[in-house]
Design a protein around this ligand. Sequence first.
Ligand SMILES: Cc1ncc(COP(=O)(O)O)c(C=O)c1O
Length: 422
Amino acid sequence: MSAARPSPIAAPPKSRAFDLAKSRADFPILKQTVHGKPLVYLDNAATSQKPQSVIDTLVRYYETENANIHRGVHALSQQATEEYEGARTAVRRFLNAASDKEIIFVRGATEGINLVASTYGRATIGQGDEIIITGMEHHSNIVPWQMLCREKGAKLRVIPITNEGELRMDEFERMLSKRTKLVSIVHISNSLGTINPVEKVIALAHSQGVPVLVDGAQSVPHMPIDVRKLDADFFVFSGHKVFGPTGIGVVYGKERHLEAMPPYQGGGDMIRSVTFEKTTYNDLPYKFEAGTPHIEGVIGLGAAIAYLNGMDRQAALAHEHDLLAYSTGRLSEIKGLRIIGRAKEKASLIAFVMDGAHPHDIGTILDSEGIAIRTGHHCTQPVMDRYGIPATARASFAFYNTREEVDALARGILKAREVLRS
Ligand SMILES: Cc1ncc(COP(=O)(O)O)c(C=O)c1O
């Protein structure tokens, strides 16, 4: 394997305004030791840590507020409903959606894509139609479309990627045709870090009348999102990657699409009236939220958004960019290490392979140093195939990570190299 090329990343922007010590203090888990060493948590792309305010919100909810929402006449039910719907408004503002009706709560990005595939997809895609995705999708933005294509006799087409890990936009333009009925594209790749030009993809697709779903699982934690500016038809993300609880996620959909779509699941809350002969469905967004939802998850997500709104996000993002540039430089110095994913526009994530060392072994040795990274195919097996590798080691940063932690990572990798060579 060839030595790593120098970092393609320009000089990092300064992050003087960012109060790193304060941010770290907000996250109690970061104070821990693991195997007797201070925890260095670099697995943020898998799930992020939770600030005290989110943890407190969940505890407060259960201690003082727990009740089922909607239609309750008692005080607790009304309070829980208010908080639940307040969180919906917070999400709507966070994404700059036009209406609360466009915000649907689901379990996560995966369920969000499945919802769109099994409602919008089933209703609009037929024999001979085409759905376009990219060569860097998470399995959750591949498999639901494969299942739909098999059911409907449609075809899944894949935009190829370059060696750097960027989309072949020329190929995309060639692929778009009258047969294309949907484009579903990842905003930021979880295995390469690439920030895709989704605004351009959407503009091109719309010029042919084709709607676009954006998988924002990795972008929401790392950049402000404006679904109206993007002009996305659908946008999905998960709460747990954005400093909120697990088991909660969001589907944003343009109101006109959601109005036209059939419901996702049948049950309580999604109905207006039910007889044995006929059921009429509830208004948006409730039409898509059958059954008792993940109430505390929604309220916890609202708290996570409040936390993000309360910080200087631009400064935090500049700090993340600094971590990316710094880690790219530090890891590029390690002989035999090759960084996978060198897009010009990249989020704070660095994936690599190293001569003579399996990623799992690197991950295990780093763990013994208290350093948490992720190893494997990261639910993007086609990306591994593209690069002819079985797996990578991936360090992914959040705003609470530090340059010192990057130094610890580099030291840990050097140690792993020594151990695995001997
Ligand atoms: C790009 C991307 N899409 C979708 C998902 C699925 O998210 P979840 O497992 O929270 O549904 C992930 C999770 O890693 C991801 O990174």
